[in-house]
Design a protein around this ligand. Structure first.
Ligand SMILES: [Zn+2]
Length: 262
């Protein structure tokens, strides 16, 4: 809107009756709710940019659609927005999403949530399920407070990937579980970094190798700058924590020690 038009509009508001003012406020409120929800959605992509198809990070802005910034992947050419590939893609009434999130947070029943959002019960029911599927896919980031980090190894699984197993010929097919054919660490094992804080937020990363270049980027994402990191005395994690300027304490988990001081 042009500045002159806005001035006229503002002048007109002086003539509103109380009930008209209420209608206008409701309309403006819904617009603001849409702006807020859009900002939350957009922030997701700017925090961890990446193509949903090929995970490349070289993206260019490619116009707007449906009030959301569109991006084009320089690598594979696919266009997408912050919601592409998420359970919320193509979900309507974005101005009511924050109310839905709030309703989930407060543990409201479907009926109460529907009443608060002004939508039908079946809509509220469907939304609840869409909203609940998302957090399972989203890893916690920037864990704060006291966080524990540990490296762990699991056997590489080829579940549902029989052809790939045959192609790689890494080992003979087996039923679930089992043990490694070779002793000690080998290509049969996958290294995983697990970080968990006292609030129960957990995140994990698959690492190629246990070395500084592989551990630094995930640890930087997983742990907040002002967090206190506890490990079982791993030299590698201690070094990386020091370089990232994160407070680090070695805790002897073998002795069952979980805390030291505060
Ligand atoms: Zn791509």
């Amino acid at each position: 809107m042009r500045a002159r038009e806005l001035k006229q509009l503002m002048a007109l508001t002086a003539k509103l009756t109380p009930s008209q003012r209420e209608q206008l406020m409701a309309r403006l409120g819904s617009g603001m709710a849409l702006d807020q929800a859009t900002a939350v959605v957009q922030a997701r992509l700017s925090q961890s940019p990446g193509c949903p198809k090929c995970q490349a990070v070289r993206l260019v802005r490619n116009g707007q659609a449906d009030g959301l910034q569109r991006y084009k992947c320089r690598n594979c050419g696919v266009t997408f927005n912050a919601l592409t590939g998420t359970p919320l893609a193509r979900l309507r009434h974005r101005n009511k999403w924050l109310l839905q999130a709030q309703a989930l947070d407060e543990g409201l029943s479907v009926r109460k949530a529907a009443a608060r959002m002004g939508v039908h019960r079946t809509t509220a029911f469907r939304w609840r399920h869409r909203f609940l599927t998302w957090p399972r896919e989203v890893k916690a980031q920037h864990l704060d407070g006291v966080a524990e980090a540990d490296e762990t190894y699991v056997l590489r699984s080829y579940k549902g990937q029989h052809r790939r197993l045959l192609a790689e010929q890494a080992r003979k097919p087996r039923r679930r579980g089992g043990r490694a054919a070779k002793r000690g660490l080998s290509a049969e094992q996958v290294l995983i970094l697990v970080v968990r804080n006292r609030a129960g937020q957990t995140t994990d990363f698959v690492l190629d190798v246990a070395n500084k270049p592989c551990v630094t980027p995930p640890l930087q994402v997983a742990v907040a700058d002002d967090a206190v990191l506890c490990t079982d005395g791993s030299n590698l994690l201690a070094t990386v924590a020091r370089e990232l300027d994160i407070e680090h304490h070695a805790v002897n988990t073998l002795r069952g020690e979980r805390t030291r001081g505060a």
